[in-house]
Design a protein around this ligand. Structure first.
Ligand SMILES: Cc1ncc(COP(=O)(O)O)c(C=O)c1O
Length: 339
């Protein structure tokens, strides 16, 4: 067996042993199938190739301090995948099939779960695609759920260190009444140009504004945005952002820590009033934001002046990590133990 440098894993693809597939044909879901191939045969007129009938999820599995394997909030991902399927008219995957496929994929690739203490985890990537052929713009009649896993290090290579992000007005990730609330490939395709340009200009990601008015913060590339003002955790309320499971968890923990939680429009001008700001998502949990630069006006907002994350972001980050690694009691029942 190849040796894996667990401590220096990128957030990238590494081949594991097996993936799990489940097909919807003749109006019913079949049995789970296990494959050791990284490829799939697909009809040349499949709707996922032509009309974007595609949705995916991302969740993580952790090796706990007690040697137990935990997956974080899997039922939330199952629910969100159903919502995404609804959003682009795909067959919804029953939550028990989604969960069983993910768990089976983890069990078959146990040897790729990074050891406790490395900061790495096993990422699960469920994918739902329209496989049935259509030439007219219509939903497919056949679908495939595929689940693969890959061990990953932290998403932002800086780790839990402040990153710089860029506000860009010349690109939108999602339209106000479009598909921004669903985890569908088209949203990511729409964000690639702005994201790559931000990287080239020295930023880790783009802070997208609401597409209609360009007045409010929407989200930070593949992560939700939050700001902390005194004892208040503020996060954008918008129909065009992905409902982040990490953000939902942070809101619960913030309230538990005695903070007030506000989900509402966050005006650009308000950026100057926050003491801490961050991007949150499965990949990084929290990426503290040290600097926000408005690409058009050059206006700059700075945080984390000592070069490290603020105290409240740090506390929230530590709490969620402790639950994921089984270091702290899981009083909300967020984790599922996999045998
Ligand atoms: C666009 C977008 N926003 C937010 C998030 C964060 O969501 P979650 O916390 O469920 O990973 C993600 C994915 O991770 C994303 O792709």
């Amino acid at each position: 067996m190849e040796t894996i440098d667990w401590k220096n894993l990128p957030f990238g693809y590494l081949k594991t042993d097996y993936n799990v597939r489940c097909y919807y044909r003749n109006q019913q879901w079949g049995e789970l199938e296990v494959s050791d191939s990284e490829y799939m045969n697909i009809h040349i007129a499949a709707t996922c190739l032509h009309y974007g009938q595609e949705a995916f999820e991302g969740l993580k599995v952790f090796m706990g301090v007690d040697g137990k394997i935990r997956v974080f909030r899997i039922e939330e991902n199952a629910r969100r995948m159903r919502s995404s399927a609804y959003g682009v008219m795909m067959q919804e995957v029953p939550e028990e099939i989604f969960t069983a496929a993910c768990i089976r994929a983890v069990q078959l690739n146990k040897r790729f779960i990074p050891p406790y203490g490395t900061g790495a985890s096993l990422y699960i990537r469920p994918l739902l695609i329209g496989t049935g052929a259509q030439v007219g713009v219509k939903p497919a009649k056949e679908y495939c759920l595929l689940v693969f896993t890959t061990p990953v290090g932290p998403y932002f290579k800086e780790g839990f260190k402040p990153v710089a992000v860029q506000i860009a007005r010349d690109y939108d990730r999602a339209a106000p009444l479009g598909t921004g609330q669903y985890k569908v490939g088209g949203n990511y395709a729409a964000s690639l140009r702005a994201g790559e340009r931000a990287h080239c200009e020295g930023f880790s990601t783009v802070l997208f504004l609401d597409a209609k008015e360009k007045k409010f913060i929407d989200e930070a590339g593949p992560a939700n945005f939050f700001g902390i003002k005194g004892d208040t955790y503020v996060t954008p309320l918008s129909a065009s952002i992905l409902p982040s499971i990490t953000n939902k968890s942070l809101m619960t923990l913030a309230e538990e820590m005695g903070m007030k939680v506000e989900r509402r429009h966050v005006y650009i001008e308000e950026l100057g009033e926050f003491e801490e700001v961050g991007a949150c998502g499965t990949a990084a949990v929290i990426s503290p934001i040290g600097k926000i630069v408005d690409r058009d006006s050059g206006q700059t907002f700075e945080y984390c002046r000592e070069g490290k994350a603020g105290p409240k972001s740090t506390m929230l980050y530590n709490r969620i990590r402790a639950i994921q690694y089984g270091e702290e009691a899981d009083k909300y029942g967020w984790t599922t133990i996999i045998d």
